[in-house]
Ligand binder design. Structure first.
Ligand SMILES: NC(=O)c1ccc[n+]([C@@H]2O[C@H](COP(=O)([O-])OP(=O)(O)OC[C@H]3O[C@@H](n4cnc5c(N)ncnc54)[C@H](OP(=O)(O)O)[C@@H]3O)[C@@H](O)[C@H]2O)c1
Length: 209
């Protein structure tokens, strides 16, 4: 229950970024990865999973106050979203072997420009916007792959495989610390804060509360 669709999406993204390149495409090892919207539901679990898979995760967050929390769940570095939320150059310094993007917009454009040769960017979200302003350069010069993730249409076979990996990759005791349990009635206070970006972690609605 704690993982939900966000957890499943994080699993899909993390496996795409790391295992698809290493195992399916027989590519080089994926070590340095970027996760955007890192304190969100998908981002925080993707951070944890990629770290458990042995990657050095750079977490991108708009909330500097979440740095320690992100490091506690596996991030090696934390950078502020503002560093990527600007017009992107067609190609920028190649820093990351892959990325999980939950944000879209300018942030995704910059992520694409910063990914090294043959890296995979698993894009699942549009928290900052649906538009993507990019060029063909990351794709044709570096062979970067933009891999769309949709958790609704994932096959049963893929679901069974990924859920089977959860035990190894998710530290539930750690995750519990970022969970707040609320009643249905309490949501009326939580939603406005959520819409203003003032919440982080996961909320579970306990209908019996
Ligand atoms: N494709 C799929 O199957 C699928 C499945 C599940 C979710 N999604 C999508 O994935 C995205 C993330 O879902 P979630 O459950 O993780 O949402 P969430 O818990 O609300 O987290 C989103 C995070 O994105 C960052 N963010 C929010 N507004 C932003 C802005 N204007 N600019 C830059 N960053 C911003 C924040 O991270 P910081 O607090 O760290 O700054 C926020 O915590 C959503 O767009 C959701 O619709 C897609």
């Amino acid at each position: 229950m704690i993982l939900g669709t966000a957890g499943f999406t994080a699993l899909q993204c993390a496996f795409t970024t790391k295992q698809t390149r290493e195992v399916l495409l027989l590519g080089e090892k994926v070590q340095d990865v970027l996760v955007t919207g890192a304190s969100g539901g998908v981002g925080s679990i993707a951070t944890m999973i990629l770290s458990k898979l042995g990657c050095n995760v750079t977490a991108v967050t708009g909330k500097d106050s979440n740095s320690e929390y992100l490091k506690s769940i596996g991030a090696k570095n934390v950078i502020n979203t503002s560093e990527l939320d600007k017009e992107a150059r067609p190609l920028d310094k190649g820093i990351y072997d892959g990325a999980v993007d939950t944000v879209g917009g300018n942030v995704l454009s910059n992520v694409l420009s910063h990914v090294k040769d043959a890296g995979i960017v698993a894009a699942c979200g549009n928290a900052s916007g649906i538009k993507l302003n990019t060029t063909v350069m990351p794709f044709i010069i570096r062979g970067v792959k933009l891999w769309g993730i949709n958790s609704v249409t994932a096959s049963i076979k893929r679901r069974e495989f990924l859920w089977g990996e959860v035990e190894k990759l998710v530290d539930f005791a750690l995750l519990e610390k970022s969970i707040k349990e609320v009643s249905l009635g309490e949501l009326i206070d939580v939603y406005p804060k959520m819409l203003q970006g003032k919440t982080s972690g996961r909320y579970i609605v306990n209908l019996n509360k």
